[in-house]
Design a protein around this ligand. Structure first.
Ligand code: ADP
Ligand code: ZN
Ligand code: ZN
Length: 778
């Protein structure tokens, strides 16, 4: 569905130059007129300015700057409402519908940062997601560049082969071994920085000799991205880690991924089936063709372990990792190396999809079902969906991989829009785990654990193996109550309870981060009989640490791991293979290869079965399968114990007996019957306000406006205003209007009209946002 829709939006929607209150139609007319009259010089600059308005802004060139020297993709300082902002030149035009244009202040870049394809991609994304173009460019740039730091701050001189140099026969320089060695190095490793050559003692004379023969030349470009963890260690990785021999399934999958042209493949492969190995081989193919590979990973997946694995496989390649753990300068360097085509492999989380990649050869999305690919505030885009758009624009293959594909991708694969590739068996020697349900209703539980589960944990540890306990909630307990009067500790700003954190003796709201010290007595009736209701990681840790005191108990959740490195350190004993007990939240569910884990316990599988959010069952299934996938990844067989009060629930039965593959297909049938995504397309108009009435009124008016444009019909349906699942957050009441459409292509034009209307809505206290392909009703 996503695919079918792309062609029309690319052609159909431009960025108007009208003001926010104009309708789309007269914006387009005006734009057409301006274009007709445009002269060839293009003396007016059309810029993406980082403000929350869905339009571009026209400026004159900075004083004394010849407009002909300005190239789209460059940054400029511009005056805006008394401030000085960093804007990106999107196009030069001959005429503007606006009068009294101001000149821009200063040109920042000599070389454009965004190439033509990247700008077209941004235009598409802004039109599809109703994003203010300036904010979208802002989301694409690393902070240092967003703040206007010049790119040549990180410039470096690079020595590269000329065309003649590349075509030189191998023996041509046999009599000048030093020149021959340098030439060989450039041939096999690509351009070399002046810094690196100097460090290795390559003399200026050798370089000059090659320069005189016109075999090499200097270029200016960004410095190399910071070295990856593997390269940072004292012992450099000299030889690539020997890659395993592909099994038949992997070979077949690779053969089916086309090397050339646009295609989308969904790789549905059991956990541990060797998907990552397939990504590495595809990357290898792309690199050999002289192109860049982009690998998107979930936030949780960009671990030092992942980077080490890739760096070890491609020690000769320049790899740029784009993630939040980098210092500002490091991140800018990595980004510039990617955008200049210097980095061969770019690995990043969500926003990496917005990075210009001039030599792009393939886009790979690992764990494509992961929620972190969807930006939930600000510019609300889906990096996974944009990967498909980018693949089409760049005419390159897109590979979406997961053990538990999103229903969106599964739907596209089952309808033949994506190639559907499967890896059904675990790679190497690992066997699939055995899964058992442990009914908890009527059992005497100890801090939420059934007796036989505790027994299994003990036996696993005694055998010298590792156990992993998955608990969906951090903290000690999700609520504190008074046994005498029934008082509950609520968050004063949200419609939610405060979570008890016992070690730091506090009550905390997990929605707005409100904190208060733990009380010893009830604030209502002063009784000291307070009880902690329900369980969390901290509470389970207390029990398990006491019960299995002879073994390390490692708790992994947001409270114990401040960074990826901290998580990596925390997991070190587990990687070393000593018997230990791991417990934690979904942070444990992904990415870590721990071959000694033979028992996985899921403390409570029921949360996802009875939620008001229609995606909860999908997420629960994905989580269960992913967590279960941690068991028995090595030579030892694995066992999974799932605690549930409803062991007979048909969905749970299906998931446990047939696995996620069958479960996901059943959920798709349910979604079709209910008219929900991905079978229908869905967008939300969200509104929040301290005054609930105002948010509701705004949404009701919005609905009336939309219905006058496009009356509700089987093709197009409206629901709402309805309260969000978390009705009050940080002091604001939250509501939404839901729009679903049979044809995805019907939504963006309608949403554009909606935004134009809402931008003229007069209520400064109200916040609103359009969420195309919304993932959360929370
Ligand atoms: P996934 O990404 O599907 O979870 P991985 O690619 O991480 O799976 O592979 C799981 C384990 O199997 C890794 O230790 C990997 O090195 C190993 N492996 C992958 N492919 C092969 C193969 N063809 N032969 C042997 N081992 C393999
Ligand atoms: Zn009380
Ligand atoms: Zn709160």
């Amino acid at each position: 569905m996503f695919l079918a829709f792309m062609a029309c939006i690319v052609i159909g929607s431009g960025w108007g130059a009208g003001n926010g209150r104009a309708t789309l139609i007269d914006r387009d007319e005006r734009r057409g007129r301006a274009l007709q009259q445009a002269d060839q010089q293009g003396g007016i600059l059309r810029l993406a300015v980082p403000v929350p308005l869905r339009r571009l802004f026209d400026y004159l060139p900075p004083a004394g700057v010849d407009p002909a020297s300005l190239v789209p993709g460059q940054r400029l300082w511009v005056p805006f409402g008394g401030r000085k902002l960093v804007a990106v030149l999107v196009e030069r035009v001959g005429e503007s519908p606006h009068e009294n244009l101001k000149p821009a202040l200063e040109l920042i870049d000599q070389q454009p940062l965004f190439d033509a394809r990247s700008r077209e991609f941004m235009r598409w994304a802004a039109a599809y997601y109703q994003a203010p173009p300036g904010e979208l460019y802002g989301a694409a740039l690393p902070a240092a560049l967003r703040k206007g730091k010049p790119a040549d701050h990180w410039a470096e001189q690079w020595l590269a082969l000329t065309t003649e140099g590349k075509g030189l026969p191998e023996s041509a320089l046999a009599r000048a071994p030093k020149q021959q060695a340098l030439l060989q190095r450039l041939l096999s490793c690509g351009p070399q920085s002046r810094t690196a050559l100097r460090a290795e003692g390559v003399t200026a004379a050798v370089i000059r000799a090659l320069q005189d023969r016109k075999l090499v030349a200097w270029h200016s470009g960004p410095t190399v991205p910071p070295p990856l963890p593997a390269a940072r260690s004292k012992t450099p990785v000299a030889e690539p880690a020997a890659p395993p021999t592909l099994n038949d399934e992997q070979r077949q999958v690779l053969a089916e991924i086309p090397s050339e042209g646009f295609s989308v493949s969904l790789l549905e492969g059991t956990t541990g089936s060797g998907k990552t190995e397939v990504y590495l081989r595809l990357m290898e193919r792309v690199l050999e063709a002289g192109r860049q590979a982009l690998l998107l990973v979930p936030e949780i997946g960009l671990t030092p372990q992942t980077l080490r694995r890739i760096a070890a496989r491609f020690p000769q390649r320049s790899i740029a990792a784009l993630h939040s753990g980098l210092a500002e300068g490091e991140r800018a360097q990595a980004w510039l190396a990617a955008a200049a085509g210097q980095a061969d492999i770019v690995i990043g989380t969500r926003s990496a999809i917005l990075t210009p990649l001039p030599r792009l050869g393939a886009v790979i999305v690992d764990e494509e079902h992961d929620g972190s690919f969807k930006q939930q505030d600000g510019v609300r885009y889906s990096a996974r969906d944009l990967a498909v758009v980018l693949g089409r624009m760049a005419a390159v293959p897109v590979l979406l991989g997961s053990a538990t594909p999103s229903l969106e991708s599964l739907h596209n694969a089952l309808h033949g829009r994506y190639r559907h590739l499967r890896l059904r068996y675990r790679a190497g020697d690992a066997k699939p785990p055995q899964i058992h349900v442990v009914p908890t209703l009527g059992q005497q539980l100890e801090e939420g654990f059934a007796p036989q589960v505790l027994r299994h944990i003990g036996e696993t540890l005694a055998r010298g193996e590792q156990a992993l306990v998955f608990i969906n909630r951090r903290g000690f307990a999700p609520a504190l109550t008074c046994d005498d009067c029934g008082w509950l500790a609520d968050c004063p700003h949200c419609s939610s309870k405060l979570t008890l954190h016992r070690r730091e003796r506090s009550l905390r709201c997990h929605h707005c981060d409100y904190r208060r010290p733990l009380v010893n007595s009830c604030p209502e009736c002063h009784s000291r009989a307070l009880s902690a209701l329900g369980g969390g990681t901290e509470r389970s840790e207390a029990l398990l640490a006491q019960r299995f005191a002879d073994y390390p108990v490692i708790r992994v959740d947001r409270d114990t791991t401040s960074s990826k490195e901290a998580l990596d350190r925390l997991l070190a004993p587990a990687r070393d293979g000593e018997p230990c007990l791991l417990l934690g939240t979904q942070m444990l569910a992904k990415g870590h290869h721990l071959p000694k884990v033979t028992l996985v316990v899921i403390q409570d599988a029921d949360g996802g079965l009875f939620s008001a959010d229609f995606r909860a069952s999908e997420r629960m299934g994905q989580l269960l399968e992913q967590v279960a996938g941690r068991a028995g990844r090595g030579a030892l067989a694995g066992r999974v114990l799932v605690q549930s009060r409803f062991p007979e629930h048909p969905l749970l039965q299906l998931l446990l007996e047939k696995g996620y593959a069958a479960y996901g297909r059943q959920l798709l049938r349910d979604r079709a019957a209910a008219g929900l995504p991905p079978v229908r397309a869905m967008a939300l108009l969200r509104a929040e306000c301290e005054e609930p009435r105002w948010a509701q009124d705004f949404l009701a008016e919005a609905r009336a406006m939309l219905e006058s444009l496009a009356p509700s019909s089987p093709q197009l349906q409206y629901l709402g205003p309805v309260p969000a699942l978390l009705e009050r957050k940080s002091g604001r009441f939250r509501f939404y209007l839901q729009i679903t459409a049979e044809q995805r292509a019907d939504l963006p034009p309608l949403l554009a009209r909606l935004c134009a209307w809402a931008e003229g809505y007069r209520n400064r206290r109200l916040r609103w946002a359009v969420d195309m392909d919304a993932q959360e009703l929370a």
